[in-house]
Write a protein that binds this ligand. Sequence first.
Ligand code: ATR
Length: 286
Amino acid sequence: MTRQISAKTVVAGVAGQPVAHSLSPLLHNAWLEAAGIDGVYVAFAPPADNFREFAQGLRGGAIRGINVTLPFKEAALSISRRATPRAEAAEAANLLLFEPDGTITADNTDGLGLLAAFALQAPGFDPKAGPVVILGAGGAARGAAAAFKLAGAPEVRIVNRTQAKAEFVAGALGEVGRAFPLDQAVAALQGAQAVVNATSAGLTNGGRLEIPLSATPEAAVIMDMVYTPLVTPFLAEAQALGRKTVDGLGMLVGQARPSFEAFFGRAPPDGVDVRALALKALGAAG
Ligand code: ATR
């Protein structure tokens, strides 16, 4: 069935640079169609150094809101007049809402997505039950660390190649933060109940992440934020060790759900297998 664009169509979208690979239009439009909502979700690729001008143009009711992906997550927060505590804690926004009075509100649903992926793929996992390890100290790592802290993790260990960055991110977490250089990863993994790869290693030609996952407890849950491929070499190694794993596609769908609700005023409909749709699209792309 082809959807009609009417005089009341609500417009939302995603902004990134590049954005052509984004699966968000696929997920949101599938939900819109299934729910019979008069809305549309499109992709924007503003120039990398022009996010402020781009976002100003969307204000005042032109469109309802946008998701924001790389490299605009920090800029999105900085141009907003209001921000939710979770966006402040992550120091980044993945969701902007444009109010009719011109106000831009920043939110961050990445942390909710991360925890939703754990809840779905590792149902026994309780963030409050023990230390978690984040690999990396960039924006993705900061967001994951903030999400675990807000969910009550007693200790968040930041492991990073550049130690000064690990210390900076751990310092921002206050009492629960601890920093480790990469060569002390074994110590960081001791007693960890979850390990999240938030580095960009493997995404580029930067090489593979060498992490001694065998040092984790047998019950530890291992997650990779990257979902291309769905089972990354990091997750494959975890599975070979018999560890439970959580994939980045779970997080992508998990952050999209609350975003959809913010744009269109209701939760995504049940009965749409958006994960299967995404996997099909990834298969076609790969
Ligand atoms: P993002 O905002 O997506 O998190 P980023 O800010 O560029 O991206 O951060 C990338 C992270 O991956 C950093 O923590 C980086 O480590 P450094 O701080 O030492 O640069 C980490 N990273 C990238 N390639 C890596 C590699 N080959 N081995 C280990 N860590 C790597």
